[in-house]
Design a binder for this molecule. Sequence first.
Ligand code: ATP
Length: 348
Amino acid sequence: MGISVGVIRGNGIGPEITEATLRVLEATGIPFEWVPVAVGDEGMKRYGHPLPQESVRLLKDLKIAIKAPLLVDKFKGRVTCEHEDGGVGIYPSLNNAIRRELELFVDPRPIRGVKGISGRYETLDVHIMREITEDVYSGIEHRIGDDAAECVKLTTRRAAIRVAEYSFDYARRNKRRKVSCVHKANAVSMADGLFLSCFREVAERNRDIESDDYMVDATAYYLAKCPEKFDVIVASNQYGDILSDLAAGLVGSLGLAPGANVGPDGRIVVEASHGAAPDIAGQGIANPIALILSGALLLRHMGEQKWAECVENAVWKVLEEKEALTPDLGGTAKTMDVANAVISHMTI
Ligand code: ATP
């Protein structure tokens, strides 16, 4: 019997990079069975909702899924999900709705530089743990007349402790030496102050791993100036979102930054850190590396450590030897050329 994995093909460059990633995962010989999950336009077409409860149930049953980026309209991204028990979830975007309907709480984003491609950031190696259930993306905001608006930066002890604990566990599992908490507790003393004090509480219980903390503005500066200061970073939702794009830019492209949304009971939805890149969609030139590396995160989650390393090593080889680089990295290769080059190096 095959291993069922949910697949959300997304839009923009989503379908192109999904195709490339599925081909790479199939090259492992693991008997995957791809299960299409109707979300976004597909959800609207089949069920009249961008995130139908049928799809939420399917994703919960499958436990593991690959998700390509989904286009979210600026100004009108809000999604409302009605639950069977009569409850309602209101979310600021479809991506946020998927994470929260599935109770996914942390998005680990490992970003590393590539020899010969990332210039002075070749040795950058930072793993950002982004909290993904609250903060200013909680969807608690409203207009006050025509000329003002208010947005709540929700921070709870439960979520802050949970993401800090995950970060120290992650550091231990991945043989990392330090976890740094990112905040702005001098200006946002209540919300970020709580996030920081929860982090310190968890750090006390994990003294085998070093810990420290930085203001978010200083973190941006140090990431650009001396990224070796950082190892594992834990950050609230928005800071994590912004800093991971920054780190991806420093190493050369958003197309190099993988990610995974992790939740309870072994639930995981892997996805690239980047968006649907509508400016280059449909041309077959999107860089599939971020989603391919996210596929490696899925393999590791499944206990397929050797295959995860094999995919990662094949990716580094293709990049370092500049065998197939898409235009974002200065090359002329097509999306599928990259996938085929990665496959050609996959042996264990
Ligand atoms: P979101 O808000 O959904 O994260 P965004 O509007 O911030 O999306 P992206 O869609 O991530 O932005 O795109 C930002 C820039 O990076 C665009 O110029 C896009 O073409 C480029 N980009 C993003 N992903 C890739 C990729 N996989 N390959 C090549 N270029 C990419």
